[in-house]
Design a protein around this ligand. Structure first.
Ligand code: NI
Length: 187
């Protein structure tokens, strides 16, 4: 396999704040970019209008090329909150190359990783600090913040994986996660 030569490097994180210092790229998603993902569209519109289009999540990407043999890494920081009663979440995605896995090490916060396959299987795993969630090949994955603090994870995935958001946009996930009556429920 041909691999482009590159220099080794180190990367500094601020684990307390959940950020990668000097990231190659920072993807910022605000509430207005989440239209169509939550069950209660009106509640999302109220949040956008009254909350001044608040930050939803941020992803700090490493400068690793998207090539086979590389290991891409990023920090995912998902803010706490609800849309109606539905917990803040990421859009979720399949990998563009479906036979690629991903590992998420939770650094801070509380939440769930919701996962589904194209043929309808669905499950979830708990995020809490120090817990690694392994997403096998072919599983779409979405992070959900069920707590009161930012949910921060270190993600590692193969260089060639890529992202496929489109199929999730049309399919959705079969389950949603709510905060109701002081508890967290998956429906
Ligand atoms: Ni992924």
């Amino acid at each position: 396999m041909a691999v482009n030569f590159m220099q080794p490097f180190g990367k500094q994180f601020d684990l307390a704040r959940g950020v990668m210092l000097d990231p190659h790229e920072c993807i910022v998603r605000r509430a207005s970019e989440m239209r169509g993902y939550y069950a209660d569209d009106a509640a999302l519109e109220r949040l956008i209008a009254e909350g001044d289009d608040p930050l939803h999540y941020e992803t700090f990407e490493s400068p690793v090329p998207e090539e086979p043999g590389q290991i891409r890494f990023c920090i995912s920081k998902l803010y706490p909150g609800v849309v109606g009663q539905e917990c803040f979440m990421t859009k979720g995605h399949y990998h563009a190359v479906p036979q690629t896995a991903e590992a998420y090490l939770c650094l801070a916060g509380q939440g769930l990783m919701l996962m589904k396959t194209a043929d309808g299987a669905c499950c979830w795993e708990e995020f809490r600090p120090g817990r690694l969630v392994y997403v096998p090949p072919c599983w779409a994955h979405r992070s959900i913040n069920t707590g009161d603090e930012p949910l921060i994870s270190l993600c590692l995935y193969p260089g060639e994986a890529g992202h496929n958001y489109g199929d999730i946009r049309t399919e959705g996930f079969p389950r949603r996660v709510y905060r109701r009556h002081g508890g967290v429920v998956v429906e």
